[in-house]
Design a protein around this ligand. Structure first.
Ligand code: S3P
Length: 175
């Protein structure tokens, strides 16, 4: 298997955790587009949203993903809204294997309770926000996904193991 693997899906679907684990197993390099944006700017995502709005953040995200999508044999975890940009969808869809990690809103709520700050979840009913986001984004995730994987109630180890099997099946399947 030569193609890079791009993980897409909503906040709290486990893209970063599964991506890191998968990369380790494959011996490939792991990247997280949010982390790279933070490294490059020296500030956190919440600060970028505050200063430049979502549109400013999306421009940075598109740039970073555009660069990373050209690399070979990497695992990339993208931000939940990266697929909103047509160009980003095209890039991801044409340069590697795209894996959609699915998670119910309940699961997303549990997994986003602690940890990094997510600007889109601030200042509103988190459940309503997540429901609205997945309604708009689910068709876009599906549009480019080669593999769909349910993550609800499952550990990073279990999801990664299934993903490895599915990737192997895909690599061995008919062209
Ligand atoms: C976002 C998801 C976040 C981050 C930003 C916007 C989104 O990434 O890119 O807060 O639009 O869903 P995660 O999916 O890694 O939480």
């Amino acid at each position: 298997m030569q193609e890079s693997i791009f993980l897409i899906g909503p906040m709290g679907s486990g893209k970063s955790a599964v991506g890191r684990r998968l990369a380790k197993q494959l011996g490939w390099e792991f990247f997280d587009s949010d982390a790279i944006i933070e490294e490059r700017t020296g500030v956190d995502i919440a600060f970028i949203f505050e200063k430049e709005g979502e549109a400013g953040f999306r421009r940075r995200e598109q740039q970073v993903i555009g660069e990373l999508a050209d690399l070979k044999q990497i695992v990339l975890a993208t931000g939940g809204g990266a697929i909103l940009i047509d160009e980003t969808r095209k890039r991801l869809g044409s340069r590697g294997t795209v894996v959609y990690l699915q998670a119910s809103v309940d699961q997303q709520l549990r997994r986003t309770r602690h940890g990094k700050e997510r600007p889109l979840l601030k200042g509103g009913d988190r459940r309503q926000i997540l429901e609205q986001l997945i309604k708009v984004r689910d068709p876009l995730y599906r549009e480019i996904a080669d593999i769909l994987l349910e993550t609800d109630g499952r550990t990073v180890t279990a999801v990664t193991a299934e993903l490895c099997e599915r990737l192997a099946e895909q690599a061995g399947g008919p062209a």
